[in-house]
Write a protein that binds this ligand. Structure first.
Ligand SMILES: [Zn+2]
Length: 254
């Protein structure tokens, strides 16, 4: 199983006694653009603390959160050099309003595959779900809707799945969305074994002494049923909420 690296959702930055700013550049989407923009900042002692790019076609947006405490020139002067670059369409910047903290203003809305999303902390989501923990049919149905939706939204039509690694790759959508890290260890259309590490739902089990990730069972049922065009049933074989290293699911179809 591979090493994981966390990915910041790019929303705010806090640094005591530092001068912070956000910068947004709308530029041509081509190789080298990010390097040139970053170099301009580094040449003047400006540190990039966070960066994200959103390519939406031939033109994309690039966001920087920067710390310019040690800059050798006023920020406005450094950023104005972007206007001389042919591939830059427009640029804006905004300095911190309160000392030591900045929340991004330009970076909105957050998107996933160009669709607007909202961000909710796992802890908060678990609290919401725990209201329904005695309604396992509801949790499972909710998961099922999401699994069907994700399969129809993110899996291109006509994809053929023959190997465990191929199904793992499609289920990676669970990982992109922050649910957990899937790995298909055995695969056949009749019976598959799917392991999920760091599954968010295990915390629901821990909170409620419940050892069954029902939402995820529903999710996998929905996803697989949609993918293979036949009805799947998914049961959790064992759960990380009772001390196992991960959650393990068995998917069967008739
Ligand atoms: Zn579990």
């Amino acid at each position: 199983m591979s090493q994981l690296y966390s990915r910041e959702m790019f929303s705010h930055y806090i640094a005591r006694n530092r001068k912070l700013a956000e910068v947004v550049v709308i530029a041509e989407n081509k190789p080298g653009v990010l390097a040139v923009l970053a170099n301009v900042l580094s040449e003047h002692g400006i540190n990039i603390v966070s960066c994200s790019t959103t390519p939406t076609g031939p033109v994309g947006s690039i966001f920087f959160l920067v710390d310019y405490t040690e800059a050798d020139k006023p920020l406005s002067e450094v950023i104005s050099t972007y206007g001389k670059l042919g591939f830059v369409k427009e640029y804006h910047y905004r300095e911190q309003v309160l000392p030591s903290i900045i929340f991004t203003n330009y970076a909105f809305p957050p998107t996933l595959a160009n669709r607007r999303v909202i961000v909710i902390e796992v802890e908060k989501f678990i609290k919401l779900l725990s209201e329904f923990v005695d309604r396992t049919d509801y949790l499972k149905q909710l998961g099922r809707y999401m699994g069907e939706y994700d399969c129809s939204m993110y899996v291109p039509e006509g994809v053929e799945v023959k190997k465990p690694s191929e199904l793992s790759e499609l289920l990676r959508v669970l990982q992109v969305k922050g649910f957990g890290v899937p790995e298909v260890v055995e695969f056949s259309v009749e019976r598959s074994k799917i392991v999920i590490r760091e599954l968010f739902e295990k915390e629901l089990g821990e909170a409620k002494e419940r050892d069954h990730c029902v939402f995820t069972c529903g999710y996998l049922e929905g996803f697989l049923s949609k993918l293979f065009g036949r009805e799947f049933r998914v049961e959790e074989e064992y759960c990380a909420s009772v001390g196992k290293p991960h959650c393990c699911f068995i998917a069967t179809s008739r």
